[in-house]
Design a protein. Structure first.
Ligand SMILES: Nc1ncnc2c1ncn2[C@@H]1O[C@H](COP(=O)(O)OP(=O)(O)O)[C@@H](O)[C@H]1O
Ligand SMILES: [Mg+2]
Length: 246
């Protein structure tokens, strides 16, 4: 194993205003992040003061049992949700300063998501599923389809461009979802239990793909309850009852 050298985030990485004065900053910096869900009379503290730094080029697994707060963490890291307390800096910018529209733009431009249940559009071809994120970035139709096709070919699905999700195996559907996550060339990929619905061979293929993306420079955060899957990452942090134990 070679020495791992993690790079600081480039100021332009997320297209956010540089508030760092050019100093090296992590891609992700959580400080005291808390998330409390209030449902009627009940309050659930899903995260209870989480500190975490992730540098560019890292491949981190967040490991913990069901109910420990992993998906809550993924939603916050992916700017789909905001902390109840604490701070989250993404590429050096405090996200609490950004509007929901700004966050949606950052998400679309800089973060790729892979979910356990694939989350593909039904009755929609693989090609259209992968091309869709580019629509929101104003990419021309011709370029959208060229890039979607290239992404699917890269994942070995060149013969399945016009298949709909119901016509594909689970492993193939997850590869379509990975093609969709990488077609925008995101700085960060967040994968929540990406192998959870796959047989072991397809799961290994997905992990192998994440390694290839990481080798090409993409920062990856992999969330899983499975210790074997977590071992595939370069480093692991453990989450228990909303707290990180590293
Ligand atoms: N929307 C929600 N409303 C209320 N409680 C929630 C909500 N989402 C998650 N929780 C609770 O927060 C805790 C952490 O959940 P979650 O982040 O989904 O864990 P994991 O992904 O590790 O299984 C659990 O106790 C869960 O029941
Ligand atoms: Mg979960």
């Amino acid at each position: 194993m070679g020495q791992t050298v993690f790079a600081p985030a480039e100021p332009s990485l997320f297209g956010l205003p540089d508030q760092t004065g050019g100093a090296p900053v992590p891609v992700i910096e959580l400080r005291g992040v808390t998330r409390i869900y209030s449902t009627g009379r009940l309050e659930v503290a899903a995260l209870r003061g989480v500190d975490l730094d992730v540098w560019q080029g890292d491949f981190l697994a967040i490991v913990g049992p069901s109910g420990s707060g992993k998906s809550t963490m993924m939603n916050i890291l992916g700017c789909l949700d905001r902390p109840t307390a604490g701070s989250y800096r993404l590429g050096g910018t405090p996200i609490e300063q950004l509007s929901d529209d700004d966050l949606a733009a950052v998400r679309g431009r800089a973060i790729g998501f892979v979910f356990q249940s694939f989350n593909l559009l039904p009755r929609t071809s693989a090609l259209d599923n992968v091309a869709t994120p580019l629509l929101y970035q104003g990419v021309s139709r011709k370029e959208r389809y060229a890039r979607a096709k290239a992404a699917l070919e890269r994942l070995g699905l060149g013969e399945r461009l016009h298949h709909e999700p119901s016509e594909l195996s689970g492993g193939q559907q997850q590869r379509v979802a990975i093609a969709r996550a990488l077609v925008t060339e995101p700085a960060l990929i967040l994968a929540d239990e990406p192998t959870g619905n796959l047989d072991s061979q397809s799961g290994n293929d997905v992990i192998e793909l994440l390694h290839e993306l990481n080798a090409a420079g993409t920062t990856i955060v992999l969330i899983t309850h499975d210790l074997d899957v977590a071992q595939a990452a370069r480093r692991q942090v453990h989450v228990r009852d909303g707290l990180l134990l590293s």
